[in-house]
Design a protein around this ligand. Structure first.
Ligand code: GAP
Length: 513
């Protein structure tokens, strides 16, 4: 049976082999934790962005979108707290000289306990068959309850130590749990230290006058500093939201999980400005809305869960992650944060400019509170891609690799394949391609036997293949093959657009939210 690690390796190699993700500047041996998206990856990424933007901006008349610059005035990062508090606890192994995030070492330890729980569940499910009650088993099986109590205890202590900045206790915890360096097995650790994650750069031509800048570590601040610009020019009334998709940069200590943790990545963030005192209600609402957005893609509800933060970021009064079951276990995919009035309040203080809203219903001025939804685009890409990649054994004993991407996100939505490269079939196939390309991402392929072409499209995640054969010339019908079921049906050429619209139009997917 394939291990989690094998599965992850397969994800990385498939992403490269089929033009989704390449290591950055690979001809120079790459750059650690930086990746380029290839022809299919860029299309998939754009489709994810589009799906998010439609759901957040187009479908909410009180949310608008902006595109702020990556460079911002350096005081922004003083005000936001990132200069002083955007740190990760790092620890070095003295023998292997490898550097780790101390909290990640502890979390990975807990992840192993979770795998043990899952194994117990699988064993019991097999033993009890249909009578198996998972909830009851999780609540009563002594071994499972023991593992769960251990996980809860460890995470609580980790959260509290980080909250109190008690780094000595984080080290104690690592030693008590006998966590060893994953590379060398050594337990010879340094003390835990804080490490600021922002990348610095300089603006200006001469060394004396150059100004120190940071590459933004989150897109959110571009929204906060534009709060009044947007509110006034858009005549927005609180509650309203500002959304943005853009690059962010972090000098991550541990960046070994492909596009899960990168040094240059993209975020899709939305800051929702609300009256003070209403944050709890909006926080719950956005948690629900965002989870439903994820579920609408049909990757399986069991692959999502919430994880409420014990240790809150410097700006938050409540925070929860939507975690996804990646090939290496449940990990954060999106954060929903109740950011209070920390950011706007702090920008008021540092800039000396009022960032307030006059609320006609309350008849008062206030600094709005904010609930934020923040998802990593690359992480979303990895979630979709890794869950979609499947190896199937077919009835005839052969196997196929298929990328069961949600059809609405697929880089190629329809492949048009003439059965043979002669007898006028390519002409009709090209005509169909030219008709459909206005509404769909279409690919034309006439090379190799049709069976091989189907496999190629399966591996690329193309949900529909249209095959033009000799009968097509006589009666203007084609075969339409469904990627997932591999069923083929005959359909009139003039019905294709309607059929595809029902399957591929984001409207029908987003209506599920
Ligand atoms: N504005 C809030 C904020 O930035 P965060 O939890 O630090 O919060 C939000 O980041 C999301 O950005 C995460 O849930 C994750 O999906 C993504 N993200 C964060 N760091 C990342 C990295 N190094 N590589 C890829 N994605 C990252």
């Amino acid at each position: 049976m394939a291990t989690q690690n094998d599965l992850f390796k397969k994800v990385i190699s498939h992403a490269k082999e089929y033009g989704f993700v390449f290591p950055s500047s690979e001809i120079y041996d790459g750059l650690s934790a930086v990746y380029d998206y290839g022809q299919n990856g860029a299309a998939l990424k754009n489709n994810i962005k589009n799906y998010w933007w439609r759901a957040m901006v187009q479908l909410h008349d009180n949310i608008v979108g902006i595109d702020a610059a990556i460079f911002m005035h350096p005081t922004t990062w003083k005000a936001s707290g990132h200069v002083d508090a955007f740190n990760d606890p790092l620890i070095d192994n003295k023998d292997s000289k490898k550097r780790y995030r101390a909290d990640v070492l502890v979390e990975d330890y807990c992840g192993k306990l979770e795998v043990k729980i899952e194994k117990e569940v699988t064993k019991a499910a097999r033993r009890f068959g249909e009578a198996f009650d998972k909830e009851q088993f999780l609540a009563t099986n002594p071994r499972v309850v023991g593992y769960q109590e251990k996980i809860d205890g460890i995470l609580k202590r980790l959260g509290q130590s980080l909250e109190k900045e008690d780094l000595a206790d984080v080290k104690n915890l690592i030693e008590e749990l006998e966590i060893a360096c994953p590379e060398s097995g050594s337990r010879n650790w340094t003390d835990v230290k804080q490490f600021n994650l922002m990348f610095g750069t300089k603006l200006g031509a001469s060394a004396d006058s150059a100004m120190d800048l940071y590459l933004r570590p989150e897109t959110a601040q571009g929204i906060f500093v534009n709060f009044l610009n947007v509110q006034k020019t858009g005549r927005m009334k609180v509650p309203f939201g500002i959304a943005q998709i853009g690059k962010a940069f972090r000098n991550e200590i541990v960046a070994r999980q492909f596009i899960f943790r990168m040094r240059e990545f993209e975020q899709m963030e939305m800051q929702f400005f609300i009256p003070p005192g209403t944050q709890k209600e909006w926080y719950e609402k956005w948690k629900d809305t965002r989870l439903n957005w994820h579920k609408s893609l049909g990757l399986g509800e069991e692959n999502y869960r919430f994880h409420d933060h014990e240790k809150l970021a410097h700006y938050a009064d409540a925070a929860s992650d939507i975690e996804f079951k990646f090939p290496f276990g449940f990990k954060e995919l999106e954060g929903i944060h109740s950011r209070t009035d920390f950011d706007l309040g702090s920008h008021e203080e540092f800039s000396g400019k009022k960032l307030q809203y006059f609320d006609p219903e309350r008849n008062e001025n206030y600094v709005p509170y904010v609930v934020e939804t923040s998802i990593g685009l690359d992480r979303m890409f990895l979630a979709v891609f890794s869950k979609s990649l499947q190896e199937e054994t077919l009835e005839d004993g052969s196997s196929r690799t298929v990328l069961k991407l949600p059809a609405v996100l697929a880089p190629t939505q329809v492949a048009i394949l003439p059965l043979v490269k002669k007898d006028g079939l390519p002409d009709l196939a090209r005509k169909i391609q030219n008709d459909l390309k206005w509404n769909y991402a279409v690919n034309y392929d006439e090379k190799d036997a049709v069976g091989r072409r189907y496999r190629r499209q399966d591996a690329l995640g193309t949900p529909y293949c249209i095959t033009v054969d000799h009968q097509s010339l006589e009666d203007q019908t084609v075969t339409l093959r469904d990627r997932d079921s591999m069923q083929q049906e005959r359909i009139a050429v003039d019905q294709l657009d309607r059929f595809l619209d029902e399957k591929l139009n984001p409207k029908y997917w987003l209506q599920k939210i």
